[in-house]
Design a protein around this ligand. Structure first.
Ligand code: CO
Length: 136
C-alpha cells in the first residue's frame, strides 16, 4: 500500500532559523524554499528538496496550532511525522480503518501542504510515530 517516503516533518521553534541551517550549514542553497504560511494547517512550512525525499520544517502559526503541545514537550524541535505516498487516499483510509487504526480528526481527507489530499494516522497504533498518508 505504501509508496515513496514523501517527506519527514520536523517541528521547529523558528522556521527561518531552521531553514538557514539547511541552506547554509548543509549547503542546500536554492533547494530550501521560502517560508509559506498555511493558516488552514496552523503552521508555517519550509521544504528542503533532497535527491530522494523532502524535509518539511514546520513552525506553529496562530493560537491553536496542532504542533503547539508537541513543541512544548520538545522545546528545541523534534521529528513530528513521516509522510508516505499512496495512490488512493480514500482506499487507504478505509483499509487502515478496517484494521482498527485511528485516523485523526473526523477521518475525512484534508488538503495538505502540497495541495494534495492527506490523512494522519494516530501515533498510538504505529510505535509512537504520527504517519501522514498523501495521495500523489
Ligand atoms: Co507533512
Amino acid at each position: 500500500m505504501l509508496g515513496r517516503l514523501n517527506h519527514v516533518a520536523i517541528a521547529v521553534p523558528n522556521v527561518a532559523d531552521a531553514a538557514r541551517v539547511y541552506r547554509d550549514t548543509f549547503g542546500m542553497g536554492a533547494k530550501v524554499s521560502r517560508p509559506v504560511r498555511q493558516p488552514d494547517q496552523g503552521v508555517t512550512t519550509v521544504f528542503v528538496e533532497l535527491p530522494n525525499t523532502k524535509i518539511e520544517l514546520i513552525e506553529p502559526l496562530g493560537p491553536n496550532s496542532p504542533i503547539d503541545k508537541f513543541l512544548q514537550r520538545h522545546k528545541a524541535g523534534a521529528i513530528h511525522h513521516v509522510c508516505y505516498e499512496v495512490e488512493d487516499i480514500v482506499a487507504a483510509r478505509d483499509h487502515m480503518r478496517a484494521l482498527g487504526a485511528t485516523i485523526t480528526g473526523n477521518g475525512e481527507p484534508t488538503i495538505g501542504a502540497h495541495g494534495k489530499p492527506v490523512i494522519f494516522l494516530h501515533p498510538r497504533d504505529f510505535n509512537g510515530t504520527l504517519i501522514e498518508l498523501e495521495q500523489v
